[in-house]
Design a protein. Structure first.
Length: 562
């Protein structure tokens, strides 16, 4: 059969622990492996600050653990790409995955798409998301500094996140529906002796409400039938953090694959699904225990089982061994920047002597920038704030990496860029080679998880850029009015990059769209203006406010209705 560069032995959909484990095993066996992740590598576990039950590792964070896994997979030759799978053809020997980066073919597929936080459906949940109702303590905990918060749930995640919230909140009240916690006692015992934490059992949240922010919540005691209401005190608001389990990320997977009524993928003891050559691993599967260690086990089992299938398929279809690229070159080829994001995050926080970019990041960026079709100019719009100094330092380190990227000051209006004075300063304006604006701005130093979105923004402006489906692209191009998108983020948020990248892709496609990223740590006035208590927060034309992750298709739909 014809061999092309988009044919892989296995494509792994999802870059969490399960997908990374499968990548390590498959790449080490010298198969050609591609890991597709729509946002950032690591999955849900990256929001966990402390892991102490992973065998052989006394203590680590979710971010650090998955970064080590990624590097290990890359060292064996696994490739990584940022892209969302839109549809799959899985019934034939050669599987086809239609993604936002184009089509990929594979002899085998491992689905490790994980799960998303479950919403409970209480009255006011949708209306007050981002205005007091939140789902990620790591992302949003700092917004509730000095306030009272309620944690809804009695499982592992609820306990861990409740403990984490004591760093910010003056009081944490755990609301547990059952008579006791549903996690291991060794976990719930951590709550003992915590002066800031109170627990109320056999109770459910019924309703939240208020004016612009959550100012009251109504609860129901299932044992006594009593209802009671908590109202905001002098703070004027309080927080509701929901940790009531997860929903498998399988809505987009067709009916050809067997799933339970709850959406979990059905597998056998070898992680094989109902289709030959298709395996599943991690939280997306039916299982009793959802932990990092079981996800890693699933990935290893899926990979070793798939090895036997691939060996037979190679022989039957007379397919020669596919070329495997080794080391960091494999990652750079497919615009893997997840590892760079974490490294930059640590460098920025610790102010190491190496500065913002260490040697490893520079080496990876060289491979990425070499693929640019045209140069990119980064215009620094500055003021007298300390942030302006950080921006200059960052750009001075970035420019020597490649002659495809250069920066210049834009302290004085020059040509069409003079109109940009209406933007909040300071900021980095991403411009094309001729100096014209792409409409993409970064207000802050793009560290943490946003380094990923920053590099991809440059890639989209320089070309060839990320692919999106033609219908969405045409929808964006047809917009005939000027639209401004502000995406307010925290650099520690794992959910923000998808919204940032989607908004910036929309700006790269349409001349009528501007997309600006704001690091709220430097722009508290925006938090106050739009009453933001959760990220990502997307604001269209300084009027309409939207919370939660948004893909480019969803953004196109929102903009079409504005």
């Amino acid at each position: 059969m014809e061999i092309n560069e988009n044919l892989y032995d296995v494509v792994i959909v999802g870059g969490g622990p399960a997908g990374l484990s499968a990548a390590i095993y498959m790449a080490r066996a010298k198969y050609r492996v591609l890991v597709l992740e729509k946002a950032g590598i690591g999955g849900q576990i990256t929001i966990t600050e402390e892991i102490v039950n992973y065998p052989g590792v006394e203590k680590t964070s979710g971010k650090e653990l998955t970064e080590r896994m990624r590097r290990q997979a890359v060292s064996f030759g696994a490739q990584f790409a940022i892209g969302e799978v839109l549809d799959m053809e899985l019934s034939n020997d050669i599987k086809v995955l239609h993604t936002t980066k184009g089509d990929y073919k594979a002899l085998g597929v491992v689905l490790a798409t994980g799960a998303n936080p479950r919403k409970l459906g209480f009255k006011g949940e949708r209306e007050f998301q981002g205005r007091g109702v939140a789902y990620c303590a790591t992302c949003d905990g700092e917004f509730f500094t000095g306030m009272e918060v309620f944690v809804i749930g009695g499982g592992f995640a609820a306990v861990e996140e409740g403990l984490f919230l004591t760093k910010y909140a003056k009081k944490v009240t755990m609301i547990v529906r059952e008579p006791d916690f549903t996690c291991a006692r060794t976990v719930s015992d951590k709550l003992k002796g915590q002066e800031k934490i109170q627990t109320i059992f056999e109770t459910e949240l019924v309703e939240v409400g208020g004016d612009s922010m959550v100012s009251y919540a109504r609860f129901h005691n299932n044992a006594t039938g009593e209802e009671w209401t908590h109202e905001a005190g002098a703070d004027g608001a309080f927080g509701i953090f929901v940790f009531a389990g997860y929903v498998p990320n399988t809505d987009w997977i067709g009916a050809a694959l067997e799933k339970t009524s709850q959406g979990y993928i059905v597998t056998d003891e070898n992680q094989k699904t109902s289709l030959d050559g298709v395996y599943a691993a991690g939280d997306v599967c039916v299982k009793n225990l959802r932990q990092v260690v079981t996800a890693v086990s699933d990935g290893a089992t899926a990979a070793t089982s798939l090895e036997k299938y691939l060996s037979e398929l190679h022989e039957r279809l007379e397919i020669p061994d596919l070329v495997v690229e080794r080391g960091e070159d494999a990652a750079a080829k497919d615009l893997d920047t997840s590892g760079q994001a974490q490294t930059l995050d640590h460098a920025s926080e610790d102010h190491r002597e190496e500065g913002f970019l260490d040697s490893g990041i520079r080496q990876q960026l060289e491979g990425i920038f070499a693929r640019f079709q045209s140069k990119v100019i980064l215009k620094a719009w500055l003021d007298d704030s300390p942030l302006s100094g950080e921006i200059i330092g960052f750009l001075r380190e970035l420019e020597p990496v490649s002659d495809m990227v250069r920066w210049e000051r834009a302290d004085k209006p020059q040509g069409s860029s003079g109109e940009r004075r209406r933007h909040i300063l300071p900021g980095i304006e991403v411009c094309r080679e001729d100096g014209s604006s792409s409409g993409i701005w970064f207000h802050g130093v793009p560290g943490g998880h946003e380094f990923n979105s920053f590099v991809i923004a440059l890639y989209n402006v320089a070309g060839p850029g990320q692919q999106i489906d033609l219908e969405t692209e045409e929808r964006l191009k047809k917009l005939d009015k000027n639209l401004n998108i502000k995406v307010l983020v925290s650099l520690s948020c794992t959910m923000c990059p998808e919204t940032v990248m989607s908004a910036q892709k929309a700006a790269a496609v349409s001349e009528n769209i501007e997309a600006e990223m704001f690091d709220l740590a430097h722009f508290p006035q925006l938090k106050e203006k739009y009453k933001v208590m959760s990220v990502p927060c997307m604001i269209v034309n300084d009027a309409q406010v939207f919370f939660g992750k948004k893909g480019v298709e969803e953004i196109a739909g929102i903009l079409s209705e504005c």
